[in-house]
Design a protein around this ligand. Structure first.
Ligand SMILES: CC(C)(COP(=O)(O)OP(=O)(O)OC[C@H]1O[C@@H](n2cnc3c(N)ncnc32)[C@H](O)[C@@H]1OP(=O)(O)O)[C@@H](O)C(=O)NCCC(=O)NCCS
Length: 149
C-alpha cells in the first residue's frame, strides 16, 4: 500500500464515484442527486487546481486506488486550521488499519502548511470513523445537537 498525491486526470473519477457512498453512510436522510454530484465535481475541479489549499491523497494498492483523504485549509474565528473533510476507503479495504495511513497523510499536509490544528466533523453513529479519530488523538470540542419537533 502506498500514499501519493492526487492527480486530477487520473483520480477525478475515484474521488467523485465515492461521494454518494460517503454521504449516505454519514447522513441517514441524504439523497444522492445529479445536482449534488455536479456540485461535488465542481468542488473537486477547483480543489485540484489549488494544491496549497487542498491536500488530496490517494491510497494505492498495487497501482489501484483503495481510498483517499481530502483536507482543506480553512479559517474561522480561531484562526487557520486544516479541515479533514473526507476520509474514504473502498468497502473491501475497511477494517485493515488503512484509515490511519490516510489520516497521517492528512496531518502531514496540515503541518507542512504551517498549521497547528487538524479538525474534522464526524457522524456520531459512524463507529469505525469515530474510533479511528479517537485513537489518533482527536477530542470532541463542540456538539451538533438535534431533536425531532
Ligand atoms: C472511516 C474509515 C476511513 C475507517 O478506516 P478503517 O481503516 O476501516 O479504520 P480502522 O483501521 O480504525 O478499522 C476499523 C476497525 O477494524 C479494526 N481493524 C483494524 N485493523 C484490522 C485488521 N488488520 N484486521 C481486523 N480488524 C482490524 C479496528 O480495530 C477497528 O475496530 P475497533 O474500532 O472495534 O477497534 C473507513 O471505515 C471508511 O472509509 N468508511 C466509509 C467512509 C466514511 O464514513 N468516512 C468517514 C467520514 S468522512
Amino acid at each position: 500500500m502506498q500514499i501519493r498525491v492526487y492527480r486530477p486526470h487520473q483520480d477525478f473519477r475515484t474521488v467523485l464515484d465515492a461521494q454518494c457512498d460517503l454521504y449516505r453512510l454519514n447522513f441517514p436522510r441524504f439523497v444522492c442527486t445529479p445536482a449534488f454530484l455536479a456540485d461535488q465535481a465542481q468542488r473537486l475541479r477547483v480543489a485540484g487546481r489549488r494544491p496549497l489549499e487542498n491536500g488530496i491523497f490517494i491510497l494505492e494498492d498495487d497501482g489501484k486506488a483503495a481510498g483517499f483523504v481530502w483536507v482543506a485549509v480553512r479559517m474561522d474565528l480561531q484562526g487557520a486550521y486544516g479541515s479533514i473533510d473526507q476520509v474514504y476507503l473502498k468497502p473491501e479495504y475497511r477494517r485493515h488499519g488503512y484509515g490511519a495511513l490516510l489520516m497521517q497523510a492528512a496531518e502531514e499536509f496540515i503541518r507542512k502548511q504551517g498549521l497547528k490544528t487538524a479538525r474534522l466533523y464526524v457522524t456520531r453513529d459512524n463507529g469505525d470513523a469515530v474510533n479511528l479519530y479517537r485513537r489518533m488523538g482527536y477530542d470532541v470540542t463542540r456538539y451538533e445537537m438535534e431533536r425531532p419537533v
